[in-house]
Design a protein around this ligand. Sequence first.
Ligand code: ARG
Length: 456
Amino acid sequence: MSLWGGRFSGSMDPDAWILNASILFDQRMARQDVTGSQAWAQQLQAIGVLNVEEYAAIHQGLEQIQSEFSQKTFVFQPGDEDIHSAVERRMYEIIGATAGKLHTGRSRNDQVATDFRLWLLDQIPEILKTIGQFQAQLITRAEMDMDLVMPAYTHLQRAQPVLLSHWWLSFFWALERDRQRLVFAQQECAVLPLGSGAVAGTSFPIDREALAAQLGFAKISRNSMDAVSDRDFAVQFVFDAVLCGVHLSRLAEQVVLFTSAEFGFFVLDDAFATGSSLMPQKKNSDVFELTRGKAGTMLGLLTGLLATLKGLPSTYDKDLQEDKQAVFQAFDILMAVLPVLTKAIATLRVNPARMAAAIDPSVYATDVADLLVKVGIPFRETHGLVGQAVRVAAGQAKGIQELSVEEWQAIIPGVTIDWQAVFSPQASIATRSVVGGTAPAAVLEQINTARRCLLV
Ligand code: ARG
């Protein structure tokens, strides 16, 4: 059953019909479509468009359809163009001609925007929960790995020693920002477009505030032309999902590196590793590589959605039908990746010896410079002096920890320091007790703060 056949004398080309139809993907909004229609029917009754019997019939028909959806007994027909027409077609089958009154004053343009927002409002809490579970796992790892020290890298060059826990938690905060962004995205979704009609606003005196309250929207849109074409909420969601994907990808990239023989910091559990069809010795980190790969796919979705929007003339254009694919796919990717990553992180084994061995004493150069500051030498000078020490040591093919007291004296005359005490990861880490630093007490405090974030 077509919703718009009246002015046509011929039927649509079958291939064009397939191109035009969105039922294959927008049926995910089935529940929201019925919910929106229930509220709309109630408002139509309130203004007398539906009498009591008509409203009761429509209400019951919609309830039946809703239960067919939830029991998966709803049968889509080849003529169902999209979820809105499928529901309307089924209404006719169940209640007959009264079904024709439900679409009074409404267009699929404001309907689809409403359904789409409702769908996101239903699903974002799922994502928030799943991100939260991953964050909780990061905290657990941080607690487990409090005794382990690794080199932190800048420019992928060994920089300074840090607790492995500090490294795990660095991703916690990135994901916490992702969660906050998604909370904001929820607010952006919570604006009701229904009542905007096709473009100019409905001509029936619908109480839009009541409609919004009934459907759980916090606000109503203020311009019908904007409301039927506004997809900022969808862009916002996809952006938030992509950025979360980018954060996961950066973590994944390092796990790939750290499980390589060259680093050897981590060992993958068999449950989250894959083999090679040709090379018997291989143990590959496909789960992490795919996490990295899917971030690229998600980025494509965001770019595609923005490209769809950029040249659109005002209000609804059919291009907008593409929006669902971007949102649904971004959602599906994150929901596929996050739970696997949560488990993969939990089972990752650390090789403390390889990590410790990677802390070559060059990473204490900053500590030495800082120590000299404490005996009164300006930092810019101490930086230069320690640089000289590194050069002298390198000239003898050794590390700065191997320079003798005399060699230090030659570089920094008159300063006596217990050099050897400086060259330990624990000593270095202990000095960084500032809030946000890697000293054990600061990291424990960080864990407490992180735990509190997850409570809200
Ligand atoms: N399936 C359409 C979509 O997803 C519904 C809106 C159709 N509106 C229209 N004027 N043809 O965007």
